[in-house]
Design a protein around this ligand. Sequence first.
Ligand code: F6R
Length: 628
Amino acid sequence: MSRSPAEAFEKVPTVIFPDSAAAAKALAQEVKEIITTKNKAGQPAVLGMATGSTPVPFYRELIRLHKEEGLSFKNVVTFNLDEYFGLSADHPESYARFMAEQIFDHIDIPKANINIPSGTLRSDQVFSHCRDYEQKIDSLGGIDLQILGIGRTGHIGFNEPGSSRDSLTRRITLDRVTRQDAASDFRGEQNVPHFAITMGVGTILRAKKLVLMAWGENKASVVAKAVEGPMTEAVSASFLQDHADARFFIDNGASRELTRVKLPWLTGTPVSWTPRETRRAMVWQAFQTKRPILKLIDEHYNEHGLSDLLSEQGPSYQLNIRIFNQLQHTITGWPGGKPDEDDTYRPERARPYPKRCLILSPEPQDAIVGMGGTIDRLIEQGHEVRLISLTSGNLRVPDSEADKFAETLHQLASNAAQPGDWKAQTAYAKDALSQLEAKGEFGEDTPLLRDLKKLILRGELRDAAHALGLANDHILFADLPFYENGRYRRFKSTQADLDSLKKILEEHKPHQIYLTGDAADPSSVSGITFRLVQAALKACSHEEFAGACSLWLYRGKERALEPHEIDMAVPLSPLQMEKKENALNRFGALSSLEKEAPEINRDNARHYDSLGLAEYEAIETFQRWRRS
Ligand code: F6R
């Protein structure tokens, strides 16, 4: 594969696709060719399979090839990378069940050809099981193509940091970060298994071809480490650098930290100095030199590979002022626009005032995490703010919470003066308690339990929103069907989702919409809702409000925006931060990433300060969402 000079920093060939669907299509095509070639030679094609959200679009494309183009898997043998230790094959979160639901039940692969490490071994069986797994791979001539995802720890399979280059299939302890990432699948980190059986790095590297896929910004930094960093046991995916036929297939989001994307001027190739790219270079340069923008001089430009920029847009003094002003103009305490003021350099227009602001939260907590302080400001400044939780979020709620509420309801019902009045409530509480007991720790929630958990989260969101001054009739719940009918990592949206979003938009005719998820993994809840809102807006494009509405993207749990990416920076006072933290504390089950939000807001303020702008307590950041 020939590589351009821009890719000089990359030690593994890396292809950036416009989106995961395009990458999945290309990879599925390669698989088709491998199957066809091997079968012509009278041999089975041996595929190494991965689980998690990453390969889902790829599996959907394989199913399509099977159903629509007749691709047969009769002569395919598969080996999965890993399995949680302690989960039986029928457990809803076992990888065996995942593979059945996501692909094997929809293609014609014989059951006998499917190999997945067992999750239910006794400790004394682990060694021989793993050895047999290795031998079986070798006896079939090795894996023709191994599919990989990458965890935020840099793991491939479950080879957590510390796994050696030559490690083989074995039992491993899962890293804390990996367990945090799986927390929502298991309704809480405490329920995530501590161990797994995984192919080793050495096992994986014996495959003839390797393709590692990664989607969304949350993977960007680990992808850059694996592709450009040193080969190290601290990032097991970096060992792909040691393979003759390994490639990374990534989307735009996951490519953001690669040098050719992030610091293109360092690759020695010509850079097109768009306003965004210029701002990026200037902010980077200021951070590198630890100087405010206005104190950068010619030498700094030259030493940081930016002489080109200087000769195109200098002299430095003027360029500095221009960028300083641009950054300065992103700051506004008036996210809904400042009425009766000149808005030439303000992020949001002054009129109309007040505005109808629609704050869309993929799951109940997301908007408070990402823009709790801004919600407070919008309300205070007299706008008509409506907060809509797009999904119920019920899959996040731990059983212990459901148990607590059902038990309380039960107690209330039995204490009622006239127990007859509480018949329905008593029955509901009893059903909930017995269903909780029947399903056990890991069982799937029944519709009644999902309903109860939905109500619990609704209560938490109302409570949190009240803390920001939002009244009940301004807090709405869309309960999009894709979420109600699905599970994490396997959601599938339909026309019904689109229709209900369209209805919401038409009903509220907003002047401003706030949303998140553009940079998220496309199969995550925020990734799916982002695309749905995008489609719903398109479907409403003939309506007047849709063309005039301003669209703002906030960041929830995704990587924080860097200063050059920010179009609107809303400063928060210490008191407002207190209010936001207070609102966040009303949620029972925030993930560790979500809990970090206030610190990220404070970091944003520190960054602005170090660039020479005003020093605030904290800042919430937004990007203008440009319609496609
Ligand atoms: C799964 C596996 C893991 C995942 C990785 C990314 O079989 O081996 O390495 O590929 O944890 O997970 P997702 O795709 O869910 O982000």
